[in-house]
Design a protein around this ligand. Structure first.
Ligand code: AMP
Length: 420
């Protein structure tokens, strides 16, 4: 597999799939440009070599052409960050895009309109009646597969080389994230710097972790983290379970959890996880105390109690002093740390301390030589909130893609380039 740092883009047009799916306010101002900045090294490398990037992304979840999801809203900001006047094609395929791509000179850049204005990008038929028969649905699906192949081929025809730098969509087999790669030989397709870094970071912890390896899995629901937990139980030395989902485990073990978040249909599963952890020699850590509130609110009255003795009418919204010490102790002696999901309702100042203490323990461990990877929406918000993003080893930009990668799944966007 070729790597971007070894490739000379001089005189080459590169189709670069990025994830510029940034949040916009009502006036179309970008409220967080992290994703754009994350792809700059790749785009700048291509420009500096004397190549021409053709920048392609999705934005939002349009159902067709919708102005509010147009990438023209972010064009100026991308131009400012890149330091070149990025040209724009009002459709990602068709004669205008083809002509603009063909006319592109070395050192110039072109951005294509939102890929998802075309259903072919995602490869799902749109506008199908819900009550359509199975035959109609199957025919529409088959037809869409063919259209998706043609769509990807048209995108590929604009460029000499394909670069995927969109980790955020690497878990999707979309036209521009995976299917398009079939139109380039092995010497003309590669990861961008961001995708390479993301893949390296996850594989470093999942394939050859320095030990002890500790995963901290928090957040609201067990159900959304089951596959990750299952996969981690074969790999980690310590598994810390925090956040709302800890209460399903506590109830399953016979504890009183008051009004805490609980998935009653997952009680057996929680016990199975505990049994598997025991069998695998994994140290499963659940906080022994809880900071409880009488409402899901920052105005709630607050008390501290044992995590398995929460009175009726109260709910566990954070860990308390004992839990902080239990979690910190394990984190501080770890050499590899994965954190996904806050250990309390960190959005409320009253219940943010546990996640702050976890952040501080990860920072201390990292300073001590551990490799720490933080990823998945809310834990990234946590490290940002506690000003620690540059004090951990790696903060992933991927949400769903990161979770699927940690679950042990093959990501189509990664496989399309390196074959696995
Ligand atoms: P997730 O997206 O599953 O990682 O969940 C993140 C959300 O879990 C955050 O919005 C937290 O506020 C929430 N959360 C963390 N701890 C608790 C808790 N004890 N009770 C309810 N929600 C929680």
């Amino acid at each position: 597999m070729i790597t971007i740092d070894k490739f000379n883009f001089s005189g080459k047009k590169a189709f670069v799939r990025v994830d510029f799916n940034v949040p916009l306010d009502a006036q179309f101002n970008i409220t967080d440009d992290t994703r754009i900045r994350a792809a700059l090294p790749t785009l700048k490398k291509i420009l500096a070599d004397g190549g021409s990037p053709i920048i392609a992304s999705h934005l939002g979840r349009p159902k067709g052409v919708e102005d509010k999801f147009s990438l023209k809203h972010i064009l100026k900001h991308v131009s400012d960050l890149l330091g070149v006047d990025v040209q724009f094609a009002n459709d990602c395929v068709g004669p205008e895009a083809a002509a603009k791509a063909a006319a592109l000179q070395p050192g110039e850049a072109l951005m294509l309109e939102n890929l998802r204005f075309h259903a072919e990008e995602e490869g799902k038929p749109r506008g199908l009646a819900e009550d359509a028969s199975d035959e109609v649905k199957a025919a529409a699906k088959k037809d869409m597969k063919e259209k998706q192949r043609a769509f990807a081929k048209e995108l590929a025809s604009f460029a000499d080389v394909y670069v995927n730098d969109a980790f955020g969509t690497a878990h999707r087999a979309h036209g521009s994230t995976a299917i398009i790669a079939d139109d380039f030989d092995a010497d003309h397709k590669m990861f961008g710097y961001l995708l390479q870094k993301e893949v390296d970071a996850v594989e470093k912890i999942m394939k050859e972790p320095a030990r002890p390896f500790t995963a901290i899995i928090g957040g609201a629901k067990v159900s959304s983290k089951i596959d990750i937990i299952e996969n981690l139980l074969d790999k980690v030395d310590n598994l810390i379970i925090g956040g709302g989902m800890a209460f399903t485990f506590i109830k399953a073990a016979g504890g009183q959890i008051g009004n805490s978040l609980c998935e009653d249909d997952k009680l057996d599963l929680a016990n199975e996880i505990v049994a598997k952890a025991k069998k695998n020699g994994v140290n499963l850590v659940i906080a022994s105390d809880a900071k409880i509130g009488d409402a899901f609110s920052n105005d709630a009255n607050v008390k501290v109690c044992d995590a398995d003795k929460i009175p009726a009418g109260w709910m566990g919204l954070d860990i308390a002093e004992k839990g902080e010490a239990e979690f910190s102790e394990v984190i501080k002696i770890s050499k590899t740390i994965l954190w996904n999901g806050p250990v309390g309702v960190f959005e409320f100042a009253k219940f943010a301390q546990g996640s702050e203490v976890v952040t501080a323990a990860i920072v201390a461990s990292t300073a001590n030589g551990a490799f720490s990877l933080v990823g998945g929406g809310d834990s990234v918000a946590c490290v940002n909130k506690f000003d620690a993003a540059d004090k951990v080893s790696y903060v992933s930009t991927g949400g769903g893609a990161l979770l699927e990668f940690i679950e042990g799944k093959v990501l189509p966007g990664v496989k399309a380039i390196r074959g696995y």
